[in-house]
Design a protein. Structure first.
Length: 400
């Protein structure tokens, strides 16, 4: 057996060591067992009431089991599953005439991550650029690396709410730019992309011949009374891709069903969908049982959505009553907060202080691209009693 060195690709040359915060959390866990974790965002472990028959029953249905025994691959996904996705968007008023989207514009994937990868391969050659908002979720960096795409950030700024810095966004468009990526609502800022911002984004894309990629996984979770409009609602003057999936919509991340829907000028959107179909046909990653179960999962989504919305709104009120300054947000499962207590020592973050002094785990803002060491990000899915206990602990140290 050869003992010579092996060569790995540069695209996977990541720093694989544990970060400072992860190390600090591990050390704190080893010293004390009463840490309050305000970072958990997996709905299946947050104490929500899942009805096993509603979740697993569709896959145990005799008709589903019979169909699942037959291999009949469709690179876009089964027609029945795509029609269920179209009905979901019809519930949101999608489609130029309000009747829903064309199921043939939908490509099913196992995750939004896979959908992003499909789109990067569709739109970009090696070294091409995609513009993505900052702050935002760090997953995009890894996806771009794996598809040899370069991410360039454009800033969101805070002024009694979050806004896109359009002047800076336009300055960052180059000859290599192929798409602008928007998360609607943004994670973690909870910022909706409002109509005026959408109009400006579409104008920029039209002027520079760019595609618009819109991630709407948190669309169904407004924290106020006013829901936002889906980008699936037309008209679509530019090539637009809308991503979502049941990880958030139905709180079923373990079932691995997502999709990308293509919109835009008719000929362009048809060609994009046809090319995506070939990409999907190369992998055929979707499995039959989950596709067959998808219509019932989507039809039953409101039960879990109601539980989650009650939890996130209750936890947000609790945080707003704490000593932390919670920045304005409109939707989603996270809150961005500012530590306004005693001054932080040089090189110290608010997340470290909360961990060491209150036994509370939060995400440091740097995880999402914030440069201010006082900023922390908190999951609103946290069990209510844990959130209440954490708020008491936060108040004790901040007020000291």
């Amino acid at each position: 057996m050869s003992t010579g060195s092996y060569s790995f690709s540069k695209r996977t040359a990541w720093d694989l060591s544990a970060g400072d915060h992860a190390t600090a959390v591990a050390e704190a866990r080893s010293k004390r067992g009463d840490l309050l974790d305000l970072t958990i965002s997996n709905p299946t472990v947050c104490g929500f009431e899942y009805v096993a028959d509603a979740v697993l029953g569709p896959m145990a249905d005799p008709a589903v089991m019979e169909h699942a025994l037959i291999y009949d691959p469709d690179p876009r996904g089964m027609r029945s599953a795509r029609e269920a996705v179209a009905r979901y968007y019809a519930d949101h008023g999608a489609g130029v005439d309000g009747t829903g989207v064309d199921p043939d514009s939908v490509i099913l994937t196992t995750s939004t991550s896979e959908a992003y990868s499909y789109l990067f391969r569709l739109l970009c050659d090696v070294g091409d650029e995609v513009l993505v908002a900052q702050p935002s979720y760090p997953l995009f960096d890894f996806l771009a690396d794996l598809d040899d795409v370069k991410l360039k950030t454009y800033p969101l700024f805070y002024d009694f709410g979050w806004w896109i810095d359009f002047a800076e966004l336009e300055r960052r468009i180059t000859a290599k730019t192929r798409a602008i990526l928007v998360v609607h609502p943004n994670n973690p800022t909870g910022h909706w992309t409002h109509r005026a911002e959408r109009d400006r984004l579409e104008a920029l894309c039209e002027e520079h011949r760019l595609a618009l990629i819109v991630d709407e996984v948190f669309l169904d979770y407004p924290l106020g009374k006013t829901p936002a409009q889906s980008f699936a609602i037309g008209p679509h003057p530019v090539l637009t891709f809308v991503l979502s999936g049941i990880s958030k919509i139905a709180a079923l991340p373990q079932m691995k069903v997502a999709w990308v829907a293509s919109f835009g000028p008719d000929k362009l959107a048809r060609e994009a969908t046809a090319r995506l179909e070939v990409i999907s046909d190369t992998f055929l990653s979707m499995n039959a049982p989950t596709q067959l179960a998808l219509p019932r999962w989507l039809a039953g989504r409101k039960t879990l959505q109601h539980q989650i919305s009650e939890r996130t709104r209750s936890n947000l009120r609790a945080l707003q009553g704490s000593e932390l300054e919670v920045l304005h947000l409109e939707a989603g499962w996270s809150a961005v907060a500012v530590f306004r207590g005693r001054g932080l020592a040089s090189g110290t973050t608010a997340a470290q202080v909360l961990l060491q002094d209150a036994g509370v785990i939060v995400h440091p803002g740097s995880f999402y691209g914030f440069s201010d060491s006082r900023i922390v990000v908190i999951s609103l899915l946290t069990a209510a009693n844990d959130m209440e206990a954490a708020v008491r602990g936060l108040s004790n140290i901040i007020g000291a």
